[in-house]
Write a protein that binds this ligand. Structure first.
Ligand code: NAD
Ligand code: UDP
Length: 322
């Protein structure tokens, strides 16, 4: 494990010129890039509950204003339409960098932009912390790194490069960083038609369409409810550890088992339809969260059977509004 020094004097709030003795700094200000998206908007909810100020930076590529609309009247909340690949200057204490197309439908739509969002976007945010605009800045990056070279590589390799860049800035540039590797996460506010398996199955079952199982359906994934992920990200940010930490729920399901749980939750008459799979689809994925348990004292609490109905309630409402 790494132990970070306390706030570096060069960047500390009080070290800046003209700050009178006894001055009380304003509430901690936190930037969430991608904060109008699925994970980001849940993180924003929790941060605002804790009394910090939150600035969401989002270009609304896959995010929606509705996800954060309930905060628009909160004086501690600001929403900026901005693309993270462009420069930005903000005075902040913490940056959660979640902005990037996260689902296959979206990241394959413009693979070049996907790579640039990770690499150039991460670079911009690190530069932001190197300016004197931040007090004791810490940047948390979310990654998810798997697989070989294929149509998914713009995502996998983009994230891998960004993680390398982040660690090099940490080692060589003294930037305080935290690195999370996020595993499959589901919950309310996911995009309805983003092609990910939980959102596909739930939307299909609610629309009385067959659930599309790719390949033989025996491949496995581990599904984490979004509140568990948010708790993990916040525990990591405020810890003394850099990571990378795996954040996911180790409970492992085949796609056929997932279809069965969705069927039991939504509609006992729901059917499945087999479709061809892509060649580079990983056969299994299950996070080893030993490190996060030991060092962050974090582990997921919500099982698939508990979390799925919460997502179904939100999807049912949105689908009936269509
Ligand atoms: P999401 O698509 O709901 O959220 C991503 C947000 O980033 C959206 O609001 C989008 O508009 C915004 N965005 C995209 N490109 C941007 C850019 N260039 N500038 C500014 N904003 C931009 O996806 P999510 O599921 O909430 O994912 C959030 C993060 O978590 C991503 O970094 C993703 O890779 C990571 N992650 C998610 C999962 C999962 O299962 N949900 C798994 C692994 C990793
Ligand atoms: N999948 C499926 N039906 C769908 C969408 C996905 O069977 O409608 C499968 C997909 O082939 C993969 C798994 O579900 O094996 C998880 O896919 P997802 O895109 O949700 O996440 P990832 O592959 O990134 O883990």
């Amino acid at each position: 494990s790494y132990h970070l020094p306390d706030a570096r004097p060069l960047f500390s709030f009080a070290a800046r010129s003209g700050v009178p003795a006894g001055f009380r700094p304003p509430p901690r200000r936190v930037v969430v890039t991608g904060g109008a998206g699925f994970v980001g908007s849940h993180l924003v909810d929790r941060l605002l509950e804790q009394g910090v100020s939150v600035i969401v930076v989002d270009n609304f590529f896959t995010g929606r204003k509705e996800n954060v609309a309930h905060h628009l009247r909160n004086p501690r909340f600001e929403l900026l339409r901005h693309d993270v690949v462009e420069p930005i200057l903000l005075e902040v204490d913490r940056i959660y960098h979640l902005a990037c197309p996260a689902s296959p439908v979206h990241y394959k739509y413009n693979p070049i932009k996907t790579i640039i969002s990770f690499t150039s976007g991460s670079h911009r945010l690190i530069l932001l912390t190197l300016k004197e605009t931040c007090s004791d800045p810490i940047v948390l990056f979310s990654f998810c790194i798997f697989g070989g070279i294929g149509v998914r590589s713009c995502y996998d390799e983009g994230k891998r490069t960004a993680e390398t860049l982040t660690m090099d800035y940490h080692r060589g540039g003294g930037v305080e960083v935290r690195i999370a590797r996020i595993f499959n996460t589901y919950g309310p506010r996911m995009c309805l038609d983003d092609g990910r398996v939980v959102s596909n199955f739930v939307a299909q079952a609610l629309r009385r369409q067959p659930m599309t199982v790719y390949g033989d359906g025996k491949q496995t994934r581990s599904f984490q409810y979004v509140s568990d992920l948010v708790a993990g990200l916040m525990a990591l940010m405020e810890s003394d550890h850099i990571g990378p930490f795996n954040l996911g729920n180790p409970g492992e399901f085949t796609m056929l088992e997932l279809a069965q749980v969705v069927k039991e939750t939504i509609d006992p008459m729901a059917t499945i339809e087999f479709k061809p799979n892509t060649a580079d689809d990983p056969h299994m994925r299950k996070p080893d969260i030993t490190k996060a348990k030991q060092l962050l004292h974090w582990e997921p609490k919500v099982s698939l059977k508990e979390g799925l109905p919460l997502m179904v309630k939100d999807f049912r409402q949105r689908i009936s509004d269509e």
